[in-house]
Design a binder for this molecule. Structure first.
Ligand code: NAG
Ligand code: NAG
Ligand code: NAG
Ligand code: NAG
Ligand code: NAG
Length: 466
């Protein structure tokens, strides 16, 4: 089959728009050899969601234009194509966000239970309005083609669990973001679980090659691009896949042209391995225990945190080798363990610590970042080339510290962080907690909505022509 890369369409990134919300992550990381002090606060809203109808089974046989998104302006709607309607809505959303930035305020038709404010946000007004617009407008179509177990189902627990939780949220029928018909959709979700795939295909382990995985994803894209007009229309710029598995970035290695605009939502967000922050999205890795939705929240007050810095975990990857060489079990202040003593509790130890060390492992992502935030512990990121989750919105430098690998022997300088500064950062860690909590069904501003918001932003950045 011919490649899809030459299809006619236009996508022009409104880069300025994204920059309005961002200004950018890469510069945050690893360019300053010093510790960078960055870092705050609220409770979860009880948002009684406007219940939307569960998506009806679509018919692809016709009457497509009658399935348009209900619009507030009813007069001109009839004459518009579904895509024009979608682009019109996006244009209004962009205008509302610009206005929110200009006026330092928001517009909403309903009561806002949570108003993002403070230094943790790059631009709180832009983010707030963008989230409001997303709640109001955003529609996603999850392709129905394909069967379990490789499609339409993923792991909901353990370190890749976010992949299955996201998929389940999209496909359970409860999310008001799901479009009733693909013509209403702003973006298209490819419901492939790379983790499931790795589990079924490479277990028991055979010679690993990414070939079969690439075939699966590519074939799926060929099927849906042949059957429906949506992929060709955007060249994939409004299509996305979500995976936390280490291998997920491999999907696009063999046929990079096909995936040139495709949005990959990845835990393994290594900018040195073709992760592109303007297009791709960094997904938080969360170690989800069975029967739970994330790590425990242990909010000890700052003055009861008697450990300066804490880490426990295996020696996987060069960063940890360096960390162990300097600190393994030889200091009371900087507590670094490969095996935590049996009388110590991992989550509680994080709750007892002022700083939690988050060195990269075999891959850039570490569940420790989310665990640290849940424990109200200031994360210390020790990782090259990574893009942290939600960096378009959150200014990590305000609530996390960065240490480059060569400074690992000097971790004790964390002691020199003035107390007021520490307190400020710790407060901000608590402030961002809501964005790192998984709820089912998802709630405004929680982790699943933040992931959707990242996708929404990529879509806002693209304009499609009918
Ligand atoms: C949220 O509000 C609903 C309806 O008012 C109530 O039944 C529910 O208990 C509330 N949930 C929380 C977490 O407050
Ligand atoms: C399209 O709409 C017409 C009129 O409402 C109806 O008679 C017809 O069955 C519909 N076709 C499909 C494929 O739904
Ligand atoms: C901000 O907007 C809200 C809702 O539109 C309004 O109630 C509030 O008075 C505005 N605040 C300012 C400072 O203009
Ligand atoms: C999309 O483009 C490909 C390659 O040019 C083509 O094979 C396919 O039929 C197109 N899909 C549709 C729905 O026209
Ligand atoms: C990121 O990618 C580079 C280049 O392949 C690699 O050297 C580095 O180890 C990766 N980082 C991690 C933490 O895996």
């Amino acid at each position: 089959m011919a490649t899809l890369s030459s299809t006619p369409y236009i996508v022009f990134p409104v880069l300025l728009f994204l920059l309005l919300l961002s200004i950018f992550f890469l510069s945050l990381i690893n360019q300053n050899p010093d510790l960078r002090f960055h870092p705050s606060s609220s409770s979860t809203p009880n948002h009684s969601q406007t219940k939307h109808q569960t998506p009806e089974a679509p018919s692809f046989l016709g009457n497509v234009s009658t399935h348009g998104v209900p619009s507030t302006s009813t007069t001109t709607v009839e004459k518009m194509s579904p895509l024009e309607r979608i682009e019109g809505g996006l244009a209004r959303a962009r205008a509302a966000i610009r206005e929110a930035v200009r006026s330092s305020n928001y517009t909403s038709q309903k009561k806002e239970n949570f108003i993002p404010r403070g230094a943790v946000y790059r631009n709180p007004y832009a983010f707030h309005q963008s989230h409001i617009e997303m709640e109001k407008r955003f529609k996603i179509w999850a392709y129905k083609e394909g069967d379990q177990p490789l499609l339409h189902g993923g792991p909901k627990n353990s370190i890749y669990g976010i992949e299955g939780q996201f998929m389940d949220e999209m496909e359970s029928g409860d999310s008001h973001f799901m479009a009733g018909h693909p013509d209403e959709a702003h973006v298209f979700y490819i419901p492939i679980s790379v983790t499931r795939f790795a589990h079924y295909i490479y277990s028991p382990p055979v010679d690993y090659s990414g070939h079969m995985l690439q075939r699966l994803v590519t074939d799926y894209i060929y099927v849906v691009s042949d059957k429906y007009p949506y992929w060709n229309r955007s060249n994939g710029a409004d299509h996305f896949l979500v995976s936390c598995h280490d291998w997920a970035p491999e999907i696009s290695i063999v046929t990079p042209d096909l995936y040139k605009h495709f949005i990959r939502v990845l835990c393994n967000a290594n900018t040195s391995e073709r992760f592109q922050p303007m297009r791709d999205i960094s997904l938080p890795e969360v170690n989800i225990p069975k029967g739970k939705l994330g790590p425990p929240h242990l909010d000890k007050p700052p003055n009861q945190r008697h450990i300066l810095a804490f880490f426990a975990g295996r020696e996987s990857g060069y960063m940890r080798t360096r960390l162990f060489r300097s600190w393994k079990e030889n200091d009371d202040g900087v507590q670094v363990y490969e095996h935590l003593p049996s009388n110590r509790d991992y989550a509680k130890s994080m709750g007892d610590s002022k700083f939690c060390l988050c060195p990269s492992g075999w891959e850039v992502a570490s569940p420790r970042v989310v665990e640290a935030i849940a424990a109200g512990c200031v994360p210390v990121i020790i990782c090259d080339y990574s893009v942290l989750p939600f960096s378009e919105v959150l200014d990590w430098s305000k609530f996390a510290l960065y240490i480059t690998s060569d400074k690992i022997p000097e971790i004790k300088i964390l002691k020199a962080v003035p107390n007021e500064r520490y307190l400020r950062m710790q407060k901000r860690v608590k402030q961002v907690q809501r964005h790192f909590v998984i709820n089912r069904p998802a709630q405004p501003y929680d982790m699943l909505h933040m992931i959707l918001h990242s996708v929404w932003l990529r879509r806002l950045n693209v304009r499609l022509r009918s």
